[in-house]
Design a binder for this molecule. Structure first.
Ligand code: CP
Length: 308
């Protein structure tokens, strides 16, 4: 594929290829010298117009591990701050001949717009509330690594589904790979018709987490809300927060996930976030390998990595 824009356009075989490639890349990150020449001579532009810790850094580290040159541009500090349009900015980036543009933007669909106008590959690192494909892929990689396979698992997803691009990409991806996805949130945080993506809506948090193999908690995205939070953070934590009592309702070998950043004490208690079932930091570790795989598959040529 030229671009990675969403999970919707990947079929199960393509998802499996990405996850298999990422597992190979993970081995590189465990070597004493964590660098291979696979993408030497390639140029990657990191174009992030929203804040990011995990996604931006892991795309940057992934580029370095594959010996690609990466450069970053943000909205502030670029000529967009002087009024240059997104399209003019991107055409100027393209004129410098990058091989890949990784972009995060506040508007849903921005990555599609750019991908249609440039010849280089575009990887969507999050567009508005729409899609975050590399997050969903690293989540699937993490679950498959931990549980052996995704098919047949029950995934409970609780939180601000309405404003979450992670939720949309994970619901589509996990259901495509054969998991049963159950979601739960206050009415105001569940968009109408969400079932069409491949999930069911649970009547309560308890019903959602019952016998779950994986529980994925989502942050309340206040930056995307125009109204005051209802319920309040305290009420929210009481009804929809993950604590050890609710974890006990799940499968005895449950895995707890969160894409980050977390609101500790709101959607997840610290003892659960840091507890024995949590694989939240494993998700971050896998994020580097998964993004190495995406670079390799869009810019590296053949199926098998030159991992010497
Ligand atoms: N999960 C995620 O996208 O985190 P960042 O916003 O820190 O990149």
């Amino acid at each position: 594929k030229k671009d990675i824009l969403d999970i919707h356009s990947l079929d199960p075989a393509e998802i499996t290829l990405i996850l298999d490639t990422a597992m190979g890349m993970k081995e590189i990150s465990q070597r004493p010298v964590k660098k291979v020449p696979t993408l030497r001579g390639k140029t990657i532009v990191l174009f992030f117009q929203e804040p990011s810790t995990r996604t931006k850094l892991s795309f940057e580290i992934a580029a370095k591990r594959l010996s690609a040159d990466s450069v970053a541009i943000a909205k502030s500090g670029s000529s967009m701050a002087k009024g240059e349009t997104l399209m003019d900015t991107v055409k100027n980036l393209e004129a410098m001949k990058p091989d890949v543009i990784v972009m995060r933007h506040a508007s849903s669909g921005a990555a599609y717009l750019v991908a249609n106008r440039v010849n280089c590959s575009v990887i969507n690192a999050g567009d508005g509330i729409h899609a975050h494909p590399s997050q969903a892929l690293l989540d699937m990689m993490s679950v498959r690594e931990k549980k052996g396979c995704i098919k047949g698992l029950k995934l409970a997803m609780i939180g601000d589904i309405a404003h979450s691009r992670v939720a949309r990409s994970d619901i589509i991806g996990f259901s495509k790979m054969g998991a049963r996805v159950s979601v739960c949130a206050p009415q105001t945080m569940i968009p109408a018709g969400i079932e069409a993506l491949g999930c069911t809506v649970a009547s309560s948090m308890e019903a959602c987490v019952a016998d779950a193999d994986v529980i994925m908690m989502l942050r309340i995205q206040k930056e995307r809300m125009t109204d005051v939070l209802f319920p309040s953070e305290r009420e929210y934590a009481g009804r929809f927060g993950l604590n050890s009592q609710r974890v006990a309702l799940a499968h005895k070998d449950v895995t707890i996930m969160h894409p980050g950043p977390m609101n500790r004490g709101v959607e997840i208690s610290s003892d659960v976030a840091d507890g024995k079932y949590s694989m939240i930091l494993d998700q971050v570790t896998n994020g580097v390998a998964l993004r190495m795989a995406l670079y390799y598959l869009v810019a590296g040529g053949s199926r098998h990595a030159d991992t010497d």
